[in-house]
Design a protein around this ligand. Structure first.
Ligand code: G6Q
Length: 549
């Protein structure tokens, strides 16, 4: 593959950036009354407005040329058809098969994966219905009232985010809890008010060897057995979700209570697999299928729509424009919806673990920026915290602003005020406030010329700050599925442009190894000398002070 920065389309974009760098979006809007219509698309109930970006039709044309030169269409087909595109782990990447509602066959090593996918879905249906209806009883004959998912990273963030986002679809008789942290406080605080007789633990781990998850799982089992007393009760209270039957069996969970998934499902893309079981229990299997359907419809759009009207492609290429041609290091996700509180951290993992790479697919160091730092917060809270920097610092912070037409729990004028803020922020970021406007405003407030002169520099907003607005009819399982798939494919396309493998995570694997070396050194109070002076001194200081085990 040609080095990225040598491509004609890349160089054309560099030239174009130099022309565009002096352009203000105010002028782009003033010059073109159709700008919104030309730079926004509707996908089902999702309106994607990208008109408040520093781009023109020419920019989009050049960005699409780059996507074509990188063969985005060809790679997309490779992913959907099960080719081994995760080259460092020698695996296909088939989270899309998990939501392939058309059931078209998808072959891995000559075998159609769909019967297996459907079989697990059917088991999830039966199990979730049994738990929800109360037919599934705990060891003392009582129905389940609390479900605790024990998992971390990809085996936690997806189900935790979706379960919270769809809280309104849940019944009060079963509460969902998520334990991920090895810090025992989380397990303690979760179990504190739970009754082992009515608690179901779902141990979610692709590998079933992750130290945080396995430690939490063992402690949960101990907590449970303290009351149940009898190991045979475990089968009413512990189920596993994993690819590793051997480890599940060793842990003591019957394989009949293991929900399987496959190595071609990456952790951060696994919410659509059995890892989604907590979601099915929380909202019901029918709703879970709607969630899959939403993702499937976005998949179909992504596969079939021409690049220039393809939402994930457009969003990805706008990100490339800022990341690689304007030097923007970060990208913010700002939901104006309380239920989407955890969406920024979910997308943060999906994006940063996928594209936070310094070498290309063939192992060559790259000479361009790859994945940006993803961060974010709920909209109206963020306004009173960090928006200052977005508005008035010199940094360029592209961001996605997400809001719903309908609020699930309207009270008085809350939603109108929320949405007024949503609209106002992106407008203000785009337009800014020039010296003339700021001075006139202060004059109208009755400030003296002297006061105005003093305050003026502080009151100016340069504007020209980019945003995407995503306006959705209402937050339901289907739309949420579409929204999540929208981001997944954006991340995929950006990885293709940067020619990185978006589906491995060697940085995470390192973390899994490192602590193992130090753990035994903490087992007594003898000073250690095996590390650098900082690490030795920190460990020895810790050991010489009272500490927990
Ligand atoms: C995701 C990562 C990582 C992984 C966790 C949990 O893509 O690989 O976040 O999901 O480390 O791994 P297990 O599911 O194997 O416990």
């Amino acid at each position: 593959m040609n080095p990225l920065t040598k491509l004609n389309s890349w160089q054309a974009l560099q030239t174009h950036q130099a022309e565009m760098s002096g352009t203000h979006m105010r002028d782009l809007f003033a010059d073109n009354p159709h700008r919104f219509h030309e730079f926004s698309y509707l996908f089902n109930d999702i309106l994607f407005d990208f008109s408040k970006n520093r781009l023109t039709k020419e920019t989009i044309r050049l960005l699409i040329n780059l996507a074509e030169e990188r063969d985005v269409k060809g790679w997309t087909e490779k992913m959907f058809s099960g080719e081994t595109i995760n080259n460092t782990e020698n695996r296909p990447v088939l989270h899309t098969a998990l939501r392939n509602r058309s059931n078209r066959p998808i072959y891995v090593k000559g075998e159609d994966v769909m019967p297996g996918v459907n079989h697990v879905l059917e088991r999830m249906r039966k199990f979730s219905e049994a738990v929800r209806s109360g037919a599934w009883k705990g060891f003392s004959g009582k129905p389940i009232t609390d479900v605790v998912n024990i998992g971390i990273g990809g085996s936690d963030l997806g189900p935790a985010m979706v379960t919270e986002a769809l809280l309104d679809y849940q019944r009060p008789n079963i509460k969902m809890h998520f334990v991920s942290n090895i810090d025992s406080t989380q397990l303690f605080e979760t179990n504190r008010y739970l009754n082992p007789e009515t608690t179901l633990f779902i141990i979610s781990s692709k590998t079933f060897t992750t130290v945080e998850t396995m430690t939490n799982a063992r402690s949960a089992r101990e907590w449970f057995l303290n009351v149940a007393k009898d190991e045979s009760a475990i089968e009413r209270h512990f189920v596993a979700i994993s690819t590793n039957a051997e480890e599940v069996r060793k842990f003591g969970i019957d394989l009949g209570l293991m929900f399987e998934f496959w190595e071609w499902v990456g952790g951060r893309y696994s919410v659509w697999s059995a890892i989604g079981l907590p979601i099915a229990i929380a909202i019901g299997f029918k709703r879970f299928e709607e969630f899959l359907q939403g993702a499937f419809e976005m998949d179909e759009h992504f596969r079939k729509a021409p690049l220039e009207i393809n939402l994930p492609v457009i969003m990805a290429m706008i990100g490339i424009w800022y990341n690689n041609f304007f030097g923007a290091d970060t990208h913010a996700i700002i939901p104006y919806d309380q239920y989407l509180k955890r969406l920024p951290s979910y997308i943060r993992q999906m994006d940063m673990e996928s594209n936070g790479k310094r070498v290309d697919r063939d192992g060559n160091p790259v000479d361009y920026a790859t994945g940006p730092i993803i961060w974010g917060e709920l909209g109206s809270n963020g306004q009173h915290a960090f928006f200052q920097l977005i508005h008035q610092s010199e940094r360029l912070i592209p961001a996605d602003y997400i809001a719903m037409h309908e609020n699930k729990h309207p009270i008085g004028e809350h939603h109108t005020i929320l949405l007024a803020n949503f609209f106002a922020q992106t407008e203000a970021l785009m337009k800014g406030k020039n010296a003339q406007e700021a001075a006139a405003e202060m004059k109208a407030e009755g400030l003296s010329d002297e006061q105005i002169a003093k305050l003026l520099p502080h009151k100016i907003f340069t504007g020209n700050k980019p945003s995407n607005s995503i306006l959705i009819q209402k937050l339901d399982p289907k739309t949420l599925g579409s929204l999540m798939a929208f981001y997944e494919h954006k991340v995929f396309v950006q990885g293709l442009i940067w020619n990185v493998n978006s589906f491995d995570q060697w940085g995470v694997e390192l973390g899994k190894q490192l602590a193992k070396a130090i753990q035994p050194e903490l087992s007594d109070n003898q000073p250690i000398h095996s590390h650098d002076s900082s690490t030795n001194s920190l460990i020895n200081y810790y050991k010489s002070h009272p500490h927990s085990r």
